[in-house]
Design a protein around this ligand. Structure first.
Ligand code: AKG
Length: 309
C-alpha cells in the first residue's frame, strides 16, 4: 500500500491526526519543504559516548582502520558500521520524536535498512537518493541523519534544494533507453547515468529558482529528508575538522530496495516484499544483513574480520 506521505491527500490526512503537535509539525514540514530537523533529539552525552565507542572500535582494529585513513587522518564513509558497533543502534531505536515523525509519514512502523557513518562531511554534489534506493512501491524510503557533532560551513554541512522533492520525475525510461539501448540492459548502478540524472534534476531546480539552503546543526540534531529531495554536502573549509554523523536509510518493514534496474524501469515487475530478514532491536526492526561493513563501498570486511569491543 502507498505510504501515507506519498498520497496526494497526505498533508490533510496528517493534519487531521490526533497526535503530538510537535510530531505533526515535523511531518508536515517534510511534506512541504522536503526535510525537517528535530533539534536536540539526542543528548550531547549520548553523542559523545557514541564517538568514544567508535574510537574504541578503531583502536581494536588498528590495522583495518589504518589502511583506510586518508592523508589528513580521516576515514571515508563507512557502510553499515552498525552491524559491528551496536552502540550506534539506539540513535535509531531511542530517538522518539524523529522516529514517530517517520512512522506517521509512512503510516507504518519504520525499520532500519542500511547506514553510513561519516567522520567528515561528504562534500557530495546535490543529488536525489532514489536511483539507489528504488523501492516497490516507489519512493518509500527516508534518508535521515543524527549529527554527533555540530555541522556548519567550516566542517561541511548538508545543503538542500528546498521544495525540490516536488519537482516532477524526469523521463527516466527515455534516459535509460538512450543510455543502455534497451531497458533490459540496465545495470545495477552506472556513474554516467547517475550524473546525467542528477545534473538534470539540479538544473531544473535552479531554473525554477528553488533555494539551496545550508543546514547548520548542533550536536544531537536529527534530520529527515524526503526520498526525492536534492541534497548534498557543502565544501569543507577546514579539512582538519571532523563532522561525525550517522546517516540512516529507513523504510517500512519488508519494503524491498533496488537500484537502477528498478528506478529507471518503473514498470518492471519486482517482488514487493524484501528478500532479507529483519531482527528485533529494542522493539524496532533492523535489516539483518550479514555481509559486513565497507569503507566507501570499496574495501569490504566481513563480520568476522572486525574485532568487537
Ligand atoms: O551528510 C552529508 O554530507 C551528505 C549525506 C548524503 O548526501 C547521503 O548520505 O546521501
Amino acid at each position: 500500500m502507498l505510504g501515507r506521505f506519498l498520497r496526494p491527500t497526505a498533508a490533510d490526512e496528517i493534519a487531521a491526526l490526533d497526535i503530538d503537535p510537535l510530531v505533526k509539525a515535523h511531518a508536515l514540514e517534510v511534506i512541504e519543504k522536503g526535510y525537517t530537523v528535530v533539534r536536540k533529539a539526542i543528548s550531547p552525552q549520548r553523542c559523545r559516548a557514541v564517538i568514544a565507542a567508535f574510537r574504541k572500535l578503531e583502536a581494536a582494529n588498528a590495522e583495518i582502520f589504518a589502511e583506510n585513513r586518508n592523508p589528513l587522518g580521516h576515514y571515508p564513509r563507512i557502510v553499515n558500521l552498525h552491524a559491528v558497533l551496536p552502540q550506534l543502534l539506539p540513535l535509531f531505536t531511542d530517538n522518539p520524536i524523529w522516529l514517530q515523525v517517520q512512522d506517521v509519514l509512512n503510516g507504518a512502523p519504520t525499520a532500519l535498512y542500511t547506514s553510513l557513518f561519516y567522520e567528515t562531511g561528504s562534500q557530495q554534489p546535490l543529488h536525489r537518493d532514489t536511483p539507489v534506493f528504488a523501492t516497490r512501491p516507489e519512493y518509500h524510503y527516508f534518508g535521515s541523519t543524527v549529527y554527533l557533532e555540530p555541522a556548519a560551513e567550516d566542517n561541511g554541512c548538508l545543503e538542500v534544494m528546498e521544495g525540490g522533492h516536488k519537482m516532477p520525475e524526469l523521463d527516466r525510461v527515455g534516459m535509460a533507453t538512450k543510455h543502455f539501448g534497451s531497458l533490459d540492459k540496465i545495470t545495477d548502478v552506472d556513474g554516467d547515468l547517475w550524473n546525467q540524472y542528477q545534473n538534470t534534476v539540479v538544473a531544473e531546480g535552479r531554473a525554477m529558482g528553488l533555494p539551496v539552503k545550508h543546514l547548520h546543526v548542533g550536536t544531537g540534531d536529527s534530520l529527515i529528508w524526503h526520498p526525492q529531495l536534492p541534497h548534498g554536502g557543502t565544501p569543507i573549509k577546514d579539512p582538519s575538522r571532523t563532522r561525525f554523523s550517522f546517516v540512516m536509510h529507513t523504510t517500512p518493514v519488508d519494503v524491498p530496495v533496488y537500484h537502477f534496474h528498478a528506478f529507471f524501469d518503473p514498470e518492471r515487475k519486482l517482488p514487493e516484499k524484501a528478500g532479507w530478514a529483519f531482527r528485533d532491536v529494542n522493539g524496532r526492526k533492523v535489516a539483518d544483513f550479514r555481509h559486513g561493513i565497507s569503507f566507501d563501498h570499496q574495501r569490504n570486511y566481513t563480520l568476522d574480520q572486525i574485532k568487537r569491543i
